[in-house]
Write a protein of this length. Structure first.
Length: 116
């Protein structure tokens, strides 16, 4: 059995999954738009039935600030550093940001990319 290589979350680059879209609302917060199903025929069927084929998730101010920085180029460490002022240098804000990023990954909204 091979031992898997441990990766520091701070070194990971983040990108939003290609099937997830988002829009900025008037107050500057983000609304995620996630298809309920990946199959196009299911998506079309729901639309014909008058059902919303997407899940809409409204993020609050801090979550929106994190998501706006996920661009497929920045590492988690860079994102955390850029949010220092946004969180007013609050103690342990790094932990909150990392937990939110892990949740985005677990919910398959964002994906981790390991830089070489």
């Amino acid at each position: 059995m091979s031992e898997s290589k441990k990766i520091n979350l701070y070194d990971v680059v983040l990108s939003v999954e290609s099937f997830v879209s988002w829009r900025e609302k008037d107050e500057g917060t983000i609304e995620l738009i996630i298809p309920r199903f990946k199959a196009q025929w299911t998506y079309n069927m729901l639309k014909r039935l008058g059902r919303d084929p997407d899940i809409h998730v409204s993020l609050e101010e801090h979550g929106s600030a994190v998501l706006k920085l996920i661009d497929g180029k920045r590492t988690v460490k860079e994102i955390v550093d850029l949010l220092d002022d946004h969180f007013n240098h609050e103690e342990n804000y790094e932990y909150r940001v990392c937990k939110f990023i892990e949740m985005l990954h677990q919910q398959r909204i964002a994906k981790y990319m390991i830089p070489k």
